[in-house]
Design a protein around this ligand. Structure first.
Ligand code: 3HC
Length: 311
């Protein structure tokens, strides 16, 4: 018997970022979640995200991938909440069945968010993280209400509702979700999250909670090696990217992909892999570190390995 996800209200933390926005898009247009709370810290950020969401809807309608009435319904499901998490849990309309956190890839930020979510939301709310490399068990361990008495059932049960749901950028296009149960995650939460990701039109693969999971354990060393090839003068950036694009049919070369993901994110993942495994094969290249130091983060900052003039 297939499990139903039962998600009627979904919260997305970091809803204006490229991942959060994309997750909102597939949740609204494919899974048809009736109510989506877009949680972010400022109205300006939310407005920017909504503008992009509208442009995707318009594009899909113009290409007959979506009917106008489905697009209107998807748009009507969005509810921007500009006070971040402050009002979450105050009343039924602000109490989601599931929250997906797509904030910056930083452990202490994610722990703070999970602790706040656990404090304000009931134990039944599924808490998913879109982390790309951090230990899901560690993030889940912070899904405990700040009001829980030490050793209470709440302390034991809180982390059971947390898991990793790793989407790929651009979310509306990439067909995969990597599902990562933490050590604590309950089977019911895994089943419902699987059903939700499938309703979003995704194929689901499952990974153990190890650094980088399957995807970034393989992808990030590949990108890092391309940066080392550039750094050591093996070839120009154009020749490295063209070799992989035309020789291996990759849609983007590795340096272009690093700019696309964000060089800071690639660096952070490489550092996590290196630190947690102790294996030198994961050590981030010096050039990648210097690019992050310089603020050359890729597409989002206008400059990385390539330049991205404002449109
Ligand atoms: N959001 C939504 N849709 C987008 C988009 C975005 N940000 N960017 C592009 N698209 C859509 C376009 O609208 C277009 O849709 P259409 O088919 O309906 O017209 C479609 O993607 C193709 O776009 P384009 O024709 O403009 O460009 P390309 O054919 O060059 O494709 C690409 C662009 C899909 C980004 C392609 O280059 C690609 O697949 N690149 C590799 C992406 C990849 O590897 N992503 C995974 C990164 S790793 C990750 O996310 C994990 C993390 O943990 C690091």
């Amino acid at each position: 018997m297939s499990v139903k996800h039962g998600i009627k209200t979904l919260g997305i933390v970091g809803a204006s970022g490229q991942m959060g926005n994309g997750i909102a898009y597939v949740a609204a247009t494919r899974a048809k979640v009736p109510r989506i709370l877009l949680l972010d810290q400022s109205q300006a950020q939310l407005d920017k995200g909504l503008k992009f969401f509208d442009s995707l809807l318009a594009k899909d309608v113009s290409k007959n991938k979506l009917s106008q009435s489905d697009a209107d319904e998807a748009r009507a499901s969005l509810h921007p909440v500009a006070d971040g998490l402050a009002s979450l849990g105050s009343g039924q309309e602000l109490t989601p069945d599931m929250v997906i956190e797509a904030a910056t890839e930083n452990l202490s930020i994610k722990q703070k968010i999970f602790s706040q979510l656990a404090t304000q939301l009931p134990l039944e709310t599924i808490l998913a993280t879109n982390t790309s490399s951090i230990s899901v068990s560690k993030i889940a361990a912070s899904a405990v209400s700040q009001n829980a008495a030490p050793g209470s059932k709440e302390v034991w049960d809180g982390p059971k509702r947390a898991l990793g749901l790793h989407f790929f950028n651009p979310v509306p296009v990439m067909k995969l979700v990597e599902l990562i149960p933490g050590l604590q995650t309950s089977q019911d939460v895994v089943d419902r999250a699987t059903a939700f990701a499938a309703a979003c039109g995704k194929t689901i693969t499952r990974s153990a909670d190890t650094p980088g999971f399957v995807s970034n354990r393989l992808l990030v060393p590949f990108i890092n090696e391309a940066i080392i090839a550039l750094e050591t003068g093996v070839a120009t950036k154009e020749d490295i990217d063209t070799t992989l694009k035309l020789g291996m049919n990759h849609p983007m070369g590795p340096l272009q992909l690093s700019d696309f993901i964000g060089n800071d994110t690639v660096y952070y993942i490489a550092e996590t892999l290196h630190r947690e495994t102790g294996d030198s094969k994961y050590r981030p290249s010096v050039l990648l570190g210097r690019m992050v130091d310089a603020g050359w983060l890729g597409k989002k900052s206008g400059k990385g390995f390539y330049e991205y003039p404002p449109k």
